[in-house]
Ligand binder design. Sequence first.
Ligand SMILES: NC(=O)c1ccc[n+]([C@@H]2O[C@H](COP(=O)([O-])OP(=O)(O)OC[C@H]3O[C@@H](n4cnc5c(N)ncnc54)[C@H](OP(=O)(O)O)[C@@H]3O)[C@@H](O)[C@H]2O)c1
Length: 343
Amino acid sequence: MSQSETYRRIVLASRPKGPPTSADFRIEQTSVPNASEGGILLRTLYLSLDPYMRGMMSERAPAYTRSIAIGEVMPGGTVNRVVSSTNPRFKAGDLVLGNSGWQEFSTSDGKDLLPLGTLEQPSRALGVLGMPSFTAYVGLLDIGQPKPGETVVVAAATGAVGAVVGQIAKLKGARAVGIAGGAEKCKYAVEQLGFDVCLDHREPDLGKRLAAACPQGIDVYFENVGGAVFDAVLPRLNVGARIPLCGFVSSYNDESLPPGPNRVPLLQRVLLEKRIRFQGFIILDHYATRFQDFRRDMGEWVANGNVKLREDIVDGLENAPSAFIGLLGGKNFGKLVVRVADN
Ligand SMILES: NC(=O)c1ccc[n+]([C@@H]2O[C@H](COP(=O)([O-])OP(=O)(O)OC[C@H]3O[C@@H](n4cnc5c(N)ncnc54)[C@H](OP(=O)(O)O)[C@@H]3O)[C@@H](O)[C@H]2O)c1
């Protein structure tokens, strides 16, 4: 690989006001870097697109992450091929899990790379064997703690996190009730992922339909989306219910809080009267203590066919912005990944 060759990268062009638009991203062509001493040159094969990236585009990013600068390469988890290396831990041809972001080539000192060996379907390292699935595992098992016969509800039920939540709930003997956008996703959730029921949140009367789908009430609500889905769930929570607060994607594009009435006292009353455990978590905190357990259990479940995750693969780095914009509006169907290069 010579330095005269060029590659493409996508940078933040402007901070979105509300939902991102294509004008908030800029595609640039630049020279392929030379890996410095001890360094590694990487080609990006797959790029993961995830809701947290929206927060990083804002001036005031969430506390667990940082705001990226205008002109900075968009961040993101990647599967990479080592092109060349002067680092003894890696050699040309190795497949690694990296953090290259939205670009075709990058360099690394190796500290942020995880060897992937000979993974048959490398994109899975970004989905069912990676961060979103680990999030489902920790959130549901450690905070949700479903027991046999209990009812677990999760929205974005065919998405990267939600699909795995539903399948683990079933493995633990619970009833899994999914909520998803559209009839096709709901059909898939029941027929392919094994949810007991799945409700379309775009159809009217979600609250009534949820009550009918959960005759024994709700014991675990795995919170992915917030908004109208949370409103429908709240009155149906049982005494002692657990809510792992994983995300609230329906509000990520909001510039400010919605207008009143102030419903905090209502929420506090329900949480108190029903002794509900409502706990936020950030998956980054759990790698040191839980990732090995996850690897063991999920590796087995995936190998046995107990857990699967549909991938929504978009071809070409240039299509990352439109795919990401679609993710925030429910256009993805499964774990959203960009195929940047074949090998
Ligand atoms: N806490 C952590 O460490 C952590 C780590 C990873 C992910 N997360 C969070 O987990 C959640 C799911 O992430 P993911 O990567 O698995 O994404 P995903 O489910 O693959 O994609 C996002 C989905 O959210 C749903 N959605 C978007 N707007 C909605 C709305 N207004 N109402 C209801 N549903 C809406 C859409 O599904 P439908 O079409 O089915 O509605 C969309 O496909 C996000 O909130 C994310 O921020 C948190």
